[in-house]
Design a protein around this ligand. Structure first.
Ligand code: SF4
Length: 487
């Protein structure tokens, strides 16, 4: 058994302990390939002039933005994002002490810096993506796109429609008038006793809370009126009621979209208030292009993104897409070939020579007209084909409820069929399969390993900045791995 030193040896006062000597010690204990060293190195190379310019030359000098940025980047990379916890870490964790050079900013300083520098943090995200490009660590041509719903910093109970808010307002107003009556009674009592009653303070607090709530409800009703909204969350107006993937709960949150390269580097990250993924393909591809200044040649996404508009966009932009449609699974598994689906439109064969369709009973459906459809947000055209021999058909009851079968084919249908065929090839299958282990583990890591299941900040702009911080955290860890592999 080995010996131990006498206890008094450990009780000796540390002579000459200065921040410099302590930093020397910390520097010695942190491994050379530690993430905090990389964070420092990266932040020191970033252009932070735009953040620095926000500060005044007057008054007390505060922490340099590079120190606070490295604190946030390292915190978000390792799962600490609360400003109070970050403040505490600056005192107790060697890695944070190394980054902050023994300084300990107050939690208010950290949260104010984060809140006021979100635009600059977005530029830092782009700069970090470009560092990957400069180092040759990422192949931007091929991207994988996916989205995940992250809960907003708001309670679902506070999402209401106009009627809900009006009822709430009435209730609050009744409570306020009740409290005012109570206050009058207290005043009378005080007049009689000639001294103040303790409950007056409590009453004042209750009254001010309800008055504040009343003003917020009124403001929410005005926003709903102006923007013609059916529902709104009182705490975070931008958080949209949406269903998280795989969960039955509908909560106020954001649809967070990411585009990732083959190597697992996030090159675009945007939080949207639109729960529908279909509308996100074009914006995220364009964001990927602008962040990297490189062309996107190939894009893979799941069936949530598969619609005619997106197929048309991919075709126009000359991007090789691997994006199945909502019914691709049925197509792949041969569901439409089953007898019960005999009269499904996919079983009608197109005859290009006569521009008509042949039904499963061998009868012809001729082109009749092109129907133009328009909604508030989009416009689409259908070619209508009409069956001419349906009146005498013995299977009509199985095929249609009207006198003649009408086949409505979107004019972009060939694009959908082309995509389905491509995804059925061996190459298409392999490329689509790769999506599962390229982008999905990133969301898994962010939400389940690191535990970012909800945002801390409120409002679309701030949430977007916070999502960038989460993505920066992932990218910095990825960079560390890549550097280690390359060494
Ligand atoms: S109803 Fe018309 S389209 Fe349908 S199977 Fe009979 S002939 Fe063909």
């Amino acid at each position: 058994m080995s010996k131990f030193k006498a206890l008094h040896e450990f009780q000796k006062p540390l002579q000459c302990l200065t921040p410099e000597s302590f930093l020397d010690y910390v520097n010695g204990v942190i491994p050379q390939d530690h993430l905090c060293r990389l964070v420092k190195e990266i932040v020191w190379t970033l252009d932070t002039v735009s953040v620095e310019e926000k500060y005044s030359f007057l008054g007390q000098r505060t922490y340099h933005p590079k120190l606070l940025l490295s604190l946030l980047f390292y915190g978000y990379a390792t799962g600490t994002r609360s400003s109070r916890k970050l403040e505490e870490k600056c005192l107790s964790d060697h890695n944070y002490i190394f980054l902050m050079r023994c300084y300990k900013p107050d939690h208010r300083t950290i949260s104010d810096f984060r809140k006021n520098s979100l635009k600059e943090i977005e530029s830092c995200f782009v700069e970090i993506v470009r560092i990957f490009q400069k180092l040759g660590f990422t192949n931007v041509g091929k991207i994988y796109i996916d989205g995940t719903k992250i809960k907003g910093s708001a309670s679902a109970k506070r999402t209401k429609d106009r009627e809900g808010f009006s009822n709430w307002l009435t209730k609050i107003e009744e409570e306020i008038s009740g409290l005012l009556e109570e206050a009058e009674a207290i005043d009378d009592e005080e007049d009689k006793r000639c001294k103040s009653v303790e409950s007056e303070e409590l009453l004042k607090k209750k009254l001010s809370k309800r008055t504040y709530l009343k003003s917020k409800i009124k403001a929410a009703l005005e926003v709903m009126e102006e923007e013609n909204l059916t529902k709104l969350n009182l705490t975070d107006h931008d958080a949209h009621h949406m269903k998280a993937g795989g969960s039955k709960d509908i909560r106020p949150g954001y649809n967070c979209q990411s585009s990732v390269t083959e190597d697992g580097v996030i090159i675009a990250a945007e939080a949207s208030t639109d729960p529908n993924d279909c509308n996100q393909l074009k914006p995220i591809i364009e964001k990927s292009r602008s962040n990297t200044q490189e062309a996107v040649k190939e894009a893979t996404a799941d069936s949530g993104y598969g619609n005619y508009t997106n197929y048309e966009y991919l075709e126009e932009e000359n991007i090789e897409g691997y994006v199945p449609d909502r019914f691709f699974h049925q197509y792949k598994t041969g569901e439409y070939e089953k007898e019960k689906n005999r009269y499904h439109y996919t079983n009608f064969k197109y005859d290009s020579s006569t521009e008509s369709y042949i039904c499963p009973e061998g009868k012809r459906l001729e082109y009749w007209k092109t129907r133009k459809n328009k909604s508030k947000t989009r416009q689409w055209n259908h070619k209508v084909y009409k069956g001419r021999g349906c009146a005498s058909c013995t299977k009509r009851a199985l095929c249609t409820k009207s006198k003649e079968r009408e086949l409505l084919i979107d004019i972009r249908e060939p694009l959908l069929q082309k995509m389905r065929k491509k995804l059925m090839t061996e190459e298409g299958k392999a490329k689509y399969y790769k999506r599962q282990y390229t982008i999905e583990p990133i969301f898994g890591h962010i939400k389940f390993n690191i535990g970012y299941r909800s945002f801390l900040l409120r409002g679309k702009e701030k949430v977007n900045g916070e999502f960038k911080l989460m993505s920066i955290g992932w990218n910095l860890k990825k960079l560390l791995q890549m550097k280690a592999k390359a060494a």
